[in-house]
Design a binder for this molecule. Structure first.
Ligand SMILES: Nc1ncnc2c1ncn2[C@@H]1O[C@H](COP(=O)(O)OP(=O)(O)OP(=O)(O)O)[C@@H](O)[C@H]1O
Ligand SMILES: [Mg+2]
Length: 256
């Protein structure tokens, strides 16, 4: 059965997009059929997968507004086996335009239900907010993966995020679970990174992925070339660590 994973954390800049892009690419590299959905008006997943976000007329915005069909929105990416529903800045107006729409929490779900059978994994990159867009991701998803940046304020806002996941689970999507948290931008040269990992581990009673994503300059460079790390620098530590994460994600799904 397909798995739909929302990559979410309302904190900005914690590695959501980097994780969504590279987890998707690594799953595709393993031979899985993957759909990435860019649900952020910043469109960084779109450009990071080599798709020109300002050129696309059928984006997730048109999808949510009912102006395009889901089939029209799906485009191929630079990675074999990895498709994308792109996004661009237009999406920032969606929240207001959808006010008053019936069942607006389920707009994305209803569309993805039509195509999910064609994929093994669907990875949704959420914007840095607990907004209607993120709620749409959570009603569509079967699980939420939470990237946590290894920095001092890592735990800030996390309880609010857990509470939101619980609420969606109770009221909107009984299938939804917290897939787990993954540490990102780990810097082995500082004590702080290690302290953050230890602190989160002792405070958070959730699945924590064994794979820790290191701070790796190749991961930061790749998006400017429109490539996931697997194609930009396949042997970098960034690529190797996202491959390990992808394997863990696959294994986790088997035990569910
Ligand atoms: N492991 C890493 N090593 C080095 N740089 C990284 C790593 N992960 C992310 N970055 C960089 O950190 C910045 C923020 O990452 P990213 O865009 O993935 O976060 P985000 O949570 O999606 O941000 P936003 O909340 O704005 O959507 C980017 O410039 C990205 O290239
Ligand atoms: Mg992002």
């Amino acid at each position: 059965m397909e798995r739909i994973i929302a990559v979410a954390n309302q904190k900005g800049g914690v590695g959501k997009t980097t994780t969504a892009i590279n987890l998707s690419a690594c799953l595709a590299e393993m031979g899985k059929h993957v759909l990435a959905i860019d649900l952020d008006p910043q469109g960084n997943t779109t450009s990071g997968l080599g798709v020109d976000k300002d050129e696309k007329e059928n984006t997730v915005y048109e999808l949510l507004l009912g102006e395009s069909t889901v089939e029209e929105c799906i485009v191929p990416t630079v990675c074999e086996g990895l498709d994308l529903i792109p996004s661009n800045v237009n999406l920032s107006g969606a929240e207001i335009e959808l006010m008053g729409t019936e069942e607006k929490e389920f707009i994305l779900k209803k569309q993805i239900d039509l195509v999910k059978k064609s994929y093994d994994y669907i990875i949704i990159d959420c914007p840095p907010a607990l907004s209607m867009l993120t709620i749409n991701a959570m009603t569509t998803a079967s699980s939420v993966l939470v990237p946590i940046q290894c920095e001092y304020y890592a735990l800030e806002g996390l309880s609010q995020l857990m509470y939101t996941i619980d609420l969606v689970h109770e009221r909107l999507n009984p299938e939804l679970i917290l897939e787990g948290v993954v540490f990102t931008m780990y810097d082995a040269r500082t004590n702080l990174s290690l302290q953050v990992v230890e602190n989160v581990k002792s405070n958070l009673n959730q699945n924590i992925y064994k794979t820790i994503i290191p701070r790796n300059v190749r991961l930061a460079e790749a998006p400017s070339h429109g490539l996931p790390i697997t194609l930009y620098d396949s042997r970098s530590t960034g690529a190797e660590s996202y491959r390990m994460l992808a394997e863990e994600v696959v294994e986790y799904g088997k035990n569910e």
